[in-house]
Design a protein around this ligand. Structure first.
Ligand SMILES: [Zn+2]
Length: 419
């Protein structure tokens, strides 16, 4: 249960702490779809074209009938992000544009209300509580290393992605949430002397940033010196690329290994394929990464979690490592439902092992934009419907295989229907 100290808004807290069964969920989806049709002419036109009828929406399998919004429509270059709003831009409910971190120079922009952002934040807290094995009331007694730049810095970088204002980087909201639960140390540091050198030699600032490794080594040592009952929990989090560099470059070169069997490692934002924001690096193998965490931090595979989410939906999916799949199994919370659709026919798939693209449906946190049913170009694989075969978590489970944006024709038909 999420407490009032973490999430002040009672209505949002109630949503997060509820368990939505299929019948309730279908009703809520019918209402939000009706709301989207009434509030947004762009969506209304689309539902008419698809001959969608609200009365056809009665049971859980009918959710597949709801006209979906292809995530790509939120791309700035498509020029539709404003048309996807359900509330006027100048209304007091409109808060800001969430911008995605982008490799391509073409970010997604999703309009959100204050409530939408709070819902997104609360969903993420739920995800952290459910999947990171640190007891809920012990987060404040945790040394939390965040392998990321500070929230302010992240948002300053995002200013370069787009000229649209006001904006906030989607990823920075996730980092911001961690500051509600604990006091994370953001480890990406700006080194003024290195900056000066880089400016003179390379006429740029690359190389002026680094990981504050000294802080990590000192904190870990100091904590271990304390009596066992006074020691804090330790959490390593942030970007896989930076965690990987920390282990395989810094710790390796210095021949340092921690013995922290109770520590946790958590990360999110993808980047396994070697692309993250404007960074490029060699792809990271998931199984090797998990083995490295065990080797360098001394933790256990079951204490390592990945989190999956994207700008277009307020839902965050938590995971645990699976020895069987040699991958992270993601879980759909009861506040959402997922549909995995065939790449070509777009029909919903239902058998374990089938791969397709992901659609996320939720009636929550979607007050400002038409994003109650969105598809993204991530190739995902069904592990099981309704229940996780490994941990028993209720809801559909899936593996994430990464982006499929370059595959020819993919998702194009659904986009063409829109334009
Ligand atoms: Zn599970």
């Amino acid at each position: 249960m999420i407490t009032s100290e973490l999430v002040h808004d009672e209505r949002i807290r109630e949503i997060i702490n509820s368990d939505y069964k299929n019948d309730d969920f279908v009703n809520l989806m019918r209402n939000i779809t009706q709301n989207a049709i009434e509030m947004n002419s762009f969506y209304k036109e689309h539902t008419t074209k698809e001959n969608f009828n609200l009365d056809d929406l009665n049971k859980i399998d009918d959710l597949a009938l709801i006209p979906t919004v292809p995530g790509i429509l939120f791309k700035e270059s498509m020029g539709h992000y404003e048309k996807l709003l359900k509330i006027p831009l100048e209304s007091p409910e409109f808060e800001l544009w969430n911008v995605s971190s982008c490799t391509s120079g073409d970010p997604s922009l999703v309009g959100r209300s204050k409530d939408d952002i709070e819902l997104l934040a609360s969903m993420t807290i739920k995800c952290i509580y459910e999947f990171i094995p640190i007891p809920k009331d012990e987060w404040f007694n945790t040394i939390s290393f965040d392998f990321a730049p500070s929230v302010t810095f992240l948002n300053r970088i995002a200013m370069r992605y787009t000229k649209v204002r006001p904006i906030k980087l989607y990823g920075s909201i996730l980092h911001e949430i961690s500051t509600r639960m604990s006091n994370p140390k953001f480890l990406i540091k700006f080194f003024p002397l290195k900056a000066l050198k880089a400016m003179i030699e390379k006429r740029g600032l690359a190389g002026a940033f680094g990981i504050n490794t000294k802080y990590v080594f000192n904190q870990v040592r100091k904590n271990l010196e304390k009596p066992k009952d006074k020691q804090k929990h330790i959490s390593f989090g942030g970007s896989i690329h930076l965690l990987n560099t920390f282990m395989n470059t810094i710790m390796k070169e210095r021949n340092i290994k921690f013995d922290l069997p109770d520590s946790v490692v958590n990360f999110g934002g993808g980047g396994w394929n070697g692309h993250k924001s404007q960074l490029k690096y060699p792809p990271i193998d998931k199984a090797k990464f998990v083995a490295d965490c065990v080797d360098y931090f001394g933790t256990k595979p079951e204490r390592i979690t990945d989190m999956f989410g994207f700008t277009e939906t307020p839902i965050t999916f938590g995971s645990h490592w699976s020895d069987k799949h040699q991958d992270f199994i993601f879980h759909c919370p009861s506040q959402a439902r997922i549909i995995i659709r065939d790449l070509i026919s777009q029909e919903p798939l239902s058998n374990a092992g089938e791969k397709g693209f992901l659609e996320v449906l939720t009636p929550f946190g979607v007050a400002a934009s038409v994003n109650h049913a969105v598809t993204v170009n991530d190739l995902v694989e069904i592990v099981a419907k309704n229940k996780c075969p490994e941990c028993g978590y209720e809801g559909d489970t899936f593996l994430v295989h990464g982006r499929i944006e370059d595959k020819k024709g993919l998702g194009c038909s659904s986009i063409l229907e829109w334009i």
